[in-house]
Design a protein around this ligand. Structure first.
Ligand SMILES: Nc1ncnc2c1ncn2[C@@H]1O[C@H](COP(=O)(O)OP(=O)(O)OP(=O)(O)O)[C@@H](O)[C@H]1O
Ligand SMILES: [Mg+2]
Length: 292
């Protein structure tokens, strides 16, 4: 019997990995390297003007976190706080939880998008602080139980980080605690990855504690001069010509080796799906509602 081309094509197993171009492989290995470095120092920021591609870049970094070998052995947890409903439409297939509808953020989910689309910054801050504080306490206990070793890493992605780590937010009642968590995070394997449009919106004490930055296009004299204070004028000027998706990876301890990275538009694998509270809880509620 004659075998035509389409029959041949059908033989290719559908589970096969997509073929990656050399460029994709280079970008992936750069992202992997960045995550490896951030994991050790634990404090990191992505900064760039409005629409410079920060959230898109973060999607790539989130994927790189999940690509790590430790992730497969439950050695990494990832919680992404999203104030503007982006990740839940654009990331891969992990659960998302709408914090305006569900009160408790579960501790037991390995990767979770937490939507915090509240209209006030203080409500967004409270939701993030609640989880950071809970985990901080939990991880302190675990470290003691494991004789000073942290059994796993937590990565936190915090978009619009000024809601928690801005100068104004740090003056709030919980501001001191937020700064303590930021400062001591590496001792408990808590990796905080913040995103902001402006260095000027984030407290100086927080910026000073970051070892690495990914910086996209910056504009405005104030921003450039703030950034120039950290890295010098030469690097600050380099940001002026960056296009959407272009970022400089800056290691503050080695300002000579600034690397430029370009990421394409993120390609989703599946879509996030809603997290459901445990059926038992719902069962209890339903019985209560249907009392008579
Ligand atoms: N690498 C890229 N190449 C081409 N287009 C991109 C790239 N990254 C992002 N975009 C597009 O640019 C727009 C802004 O991207 P994104 O939301 O990531 O920017 P942002 O810096 O997070 O913006 P904001 O400051 O408003 O949060 C989107 O429409 C997105 O599709
Ligand atoms: Mg964004």
């Amino acid at each position: 019997m004659e075998v035509n081309e389409s029959q041949n094509i059908n033989i290719v197993p559908s589970t096969e990995e997509p073929i990656k171009t050399e460029e994709q492989k280079t970008t992936e290995s750069m992202l992997d390297e960045i995550i490896e470095k951030i994991k050790v120092t634990s404090r990191f920021m992505v900064v760039g003007i409005n629409q410079s591609g920060k959230s898109n870049l973060m999607l790539h970094l989130m994927k790189a976190i999940r690509r790590r070998p430790e992730h497969k052995d439950n050695g990494i947890k990832m919680t992404a706080f999203d104030p503007t409903l982006n990740f839940r439409y654009k990331f891969d297939s992990i659960p998302y939880l709408d914090r305006t509808r569900i009160r408790d953020v579960p501790d037991s989910i390995q990767d979770l998008i937490v939507d915090i689309p509240f209209t006030t910054a203080s409500l967004k801050r409270d939701c993030i602080m609640e989880v950071l504080l809970r985990d901080f306490g939990h991880k302190r206990t675990l470290k003691m139980q494991h004789n000073g070793v942290n059994p796993y890493y937590n990565f936190y992605i915090i978009d619009e980080m000024q809601n928690v780590f801005g100068s104004y937010a740090l003056r709030s009642k919980e501001g001191e605690t937020a700064l303590t968590i930021f400062s001591e995070s590496s001792n408990y394997a808590m990796v905080i990855m913040g995103i902001s449009q402006r260095f000027n919106d984030v407290a100086t004490g927080v910026i000073e504690r970051c070892a690495y930055f990914l910086v996209g296009n910056l504009s405005g004299g104030n921003e450039l001069s703030k950034f120039a204070k950290i890295t010098g004028k030469k690097i600050a000027n380099m940001t002026k010509s960056l296009k959407v998706g272009d970022f400089l990876f800056i290691d503050r301890s080695n300002l000579e080796s600034v690397k430029q990275i370009h990421v394409p538009i993120f390609e989703q694998e599946g879509t996030p799906y809603p997290y459901e509270e445990q059926s038992m809880k719902w069962g209890v509620k339903e019985r209560f509602v249907n009392y008579d």
